[in-house]
Design a binder for this molecule. Structure first.
Ligand code: ATP
Length: 380
């Protein structure tokens, strides 16, 4: 496992200018009548990448996936796979397979028959089919369930049958549309790791559509955040979280506090902002705006400190308020602090020590404070 981890850490072909993308969407637009579902979108995905398309319902992620599979044709633009323009190639001729949710299994067929279905349709000789089905059952650890029908399996097991069925034809690219949508939280998390292991051990390219940001963050090498048919940011999970490129991404991924204000000064990389919440922010990260312009600082709840007394330097990056709400989540607690201006900010702290009492009480007077590099300046 250790060696796999090391390989993973050094896997970043998108940073290598000489690396050729495996899948390229080039200025792809898809219109349904007057409605533009995908809007002049360009995107590169690399061989063996685990790529996630993330966005709210209706943003066009499934349409993008369906065009790659060949179920829809782009209105304009082209999709290139392994150097070949896919236009005119029917779905069954593409080295791409789509994994549908587990309810797409055939209920009257056993697990092994479900897995064998596509291979039979392709006219593969029986001995080879048996061999391949055996391999697939082993891969998804369902050997002892080969004869069962889908309704005799748990949700997680059914999901693994769906996965085995979609992998049986050995596609180079597997497309997964909300693959774990039907599973409960615990099973979902387990299955996420199984999917990652499978993807790595088979050396495949996975493109997954999800609206669940935690799922995308857990599994993907890179995430494309989509909105209204466009890609807003493509980056690694950590970059998306720590360096969102706009307010939409900052807000969409995780919890965030946004402090809006006017730039007092911007000198030698340090920006000072008079925020509307009535205090001064000094920050050293993000694009440098010019003095006098509007600016917003996005800062994650875990990067805000809450203390009962003013911090040592309370003239910048610190504000007074009161505990407005407390959400105890077990592993951490989220404090909602109402600042003097009325803005409510969220600050989270890890419950690293077992304690039954919270360190703060409702209505208690507190200070929030943060470091110069804790937030990121956003352009709107
Ligand atoms: N065949 C179609 N005819 C007309 N409009 C369509 C068609 N397919 C999709 N759309 C529209 O295109 C937009 C994008 O749909 P798409 O399924 O790609 O969204 P999505 O991001 O996958 O959303 P969800 O998470 O809800 O599946 C939606 O507004 C949808 O109504």
């Amino acid at each position: 496992m250790k060696s796999l981890g090391n390989i993973r850490r050094s896997f970043a072909p998108w940073t290598d200018p000489s690396a050729k993308p495996y899948i390229s969407f080039k200025n792809v637009t898809k219109k349904f009548g007057d409605f533009t579902a995908v809007d002049n979108l360009s995107l590169n995905i690399y061989n063996r990448e685990f790529f996630a398309l993330l966005g709210a319902s209706g943003c066009g992620k499934s349409t993008l996936l369906r065009m790659l599979a060949g179920f829809e044709q782009p209105t304009t633009g082209e999709i290139v796979l392994d150097g070949q323009d896919l236009a005119g190639t029917p779905p069954y001729r593409r080295p791409v397979n789509m994994m549908f949710q587990s309810y797409a299994l055939f209920p009257h067929m056993s697990v092994e028959k479900n897995i064998a279905f596509g291979l039979r349709q392709d006219g593969m000789p029986k001995a080879e089919i048996d061999d391949r089905v055996g391999q697939m059952l082993k891969l998804v650890k369902l050997e002892q369930f080969a004869k069962r029908k889908p309704n005799q399996l748990s949700g997680g097991q059914r999901q693994r049958v769906a996965l085995a069925r979609s992998l049986a034809k050995r596609p180079k690219v597997l497309l997964l549309d909300e693959p774990l949508g039907a599973l409960d939280k615990k099973l979902r998390e387990e299955t996420q790791f199984e999917l990652m292991d499978l993807q790595q051990s088979l050396g495949l390219t996975f493109v997954v559509v999800t609206h669940d940001q935690e799922e995308a963050m857990t599994m993907a090498d890179r995430i494309a955040v989509m909105s209204h048919g466009k890609v807003v940011q493509v980056a690694t999970p950590a970059e998306i979280y720590e360096a969102p490129n706009c307010r939409f991404v900052a807000d969409f991924i995780g919890d965030v506090n946004i402090l809006d204000g006017n730039v007092n000064s911007a000198q030698s990389g340090i920006v000072e902002i008079a925020v509307e919440s009535g205090f001064t922010v000094r920050t050293a990260s993000g694009d440098i705006p010019s003095a006098g312009s509007r600016a917003s600082l996005a800062i994650r709840p875990e990067k805000l400190r809450v203390s009962p007394r003013p911090p040592a330097n309370a003239s910048v990056n610190a504000a007074e308020g009161e505990i407005w709400d407390i959400a105890y989540l077990g592993d951490m607690t989220v404090f909602h602090v109402k600042l003097k201006s009325g803005q409510v900010v969220k600050a989270s702290s890890l419950n690293a020590v077992r304690a039954v009492e919270e360190p703060f009480a409702y209505d208690q007077n507190v200070w929030i404070s943060f470091d110069e590099n804790a937030g990121v300046l956003l352009k709107d």
